[in-house]
Write a protein that binds this ligand. Structure first.
Ligand code: OGA
Ligand code: MN
Length: 274
């Protein structure tokens, strides 16, 4: 197994390993590398849906999407299909976010496996939320301690209405906003990371909209500085996994309906942020 860093901010590429047949030592090495680099890229993999579930399970129980708004692979309700092709435009993910951060226990880890891609289109960007936190002044870090932010699934609901790959969901299924700490401690590394994002975070608890907006804008701007971002250019066969507890991601929307993009997505369950 050979590891190489992808940039200064986060991310490592891992070669010389077949994710469909991992021994105990390789699994442990991957887990360590994941905690150190936050995003891992495994080129040239060929994982069937069952093998992708099995791999994802190394990081926690694999679950279906709570809102059931996406298509899944036949026989594998936890393997979501992310697809863009003629007559079936993909759902957009062109906003910085951490997956389902409005859930009580948001997924810890997301795994995407590219099956078909249009070269040079539909890149995915990632940023490091440990570094975002560390970049703040001592004063602001102090002020954020104990603060909670409100996360809402309404944005997902609204988006699902706009896309024909979405099943109809009842607005009653959208839960009231949920509060999570603005700074969370990663359960495995013990490191503090910012845990807010421009898509799901609608405000800071006990602050007015006018007060929380500029504060959240500042945090998001620090997090998404180019120096804090890795941009992944997809190739068919790539498996890319990221840690939702200490990263955000953004799917670049620079393709049209005729440009094929097909990925399989699994997530491993996480804890309630603390
Ligand atoms: C996701 C997501 C990014 C992409 O699956 O959660 O944001 O590039 N996908 O498809
Ligand atoms: Mn996402």
């Amino acid at each position: 197994m050979k590891l190489s860093r992808l940039c200064a901010a986060l991310g490592a590429e891992v070669r010389g390993v077949d994710l469909a047949r991992l021994d105990e030592a390789a699994s442990l090495a991957i887990r360590d590398a994941f905690h150190e680099h936050l995003v891992l890229v495994f080129p040239d993999q060929d994982l069937a849906a069952g093998a992708q579930v099995e791999f994802t399970e190394l990081f926690g129980p694999v679950e279906p999407h709570p809102l059931r708004t996406r298509r899944t692979v036949d026989g594998f309700p936890a393997v979501l299909i992310i697809e863009n092709r003629e007559g079936r435009p993909g759902a957009r993910n062109d906003y910085w976010h951490s997956d389902i951060s409005h859930a009580e226990r948001p997924p810890a880890v997301t795994v995407l496996h590219a099956r078909e891609v249009t070269e040079g289109r539909g890149d995915t960007m990632f940023c490091n939320m440990y570094r975002a936190y560390e970049a703040l002044s001592d004063g602001l870090r102090e002020d954020l301690r104990g603060r909670r932010a409100l996360h809402s699934g309404m944005a997902t609901y609204t988006r699902s209405l706009e896309h024909n790959d979405a099943r109809t969901i009842d607005p009653g299924e959208v839960k009231p906003p949920r509060a999570h700490p603005v700074v969370r401690t990663h359960p495995a590394t013990g490191r503090p990371a910012l845990f807010v994002n421009p898509h799901f975070t609608i405000g800071i608890e006990d602050m007015t909209e006018d007060e929380s907006r500029p504060l959240l804008d500042t945090l998001h701007a620090v997090a998404t500085r180019p120096e804090n971002v890795y941009r992944h250019r997809w190739r068919a066969g790539d498996v890319v996994m990221w840690d939702n507890r200490c990263t955000m991601h953004y799917a670049v929307m620079d393709y049209t309906e005729d440009m094929v993009r097909l990925l399989h997505r699994t997530t491993a369950a996480g804890d309630a942020p603390r």
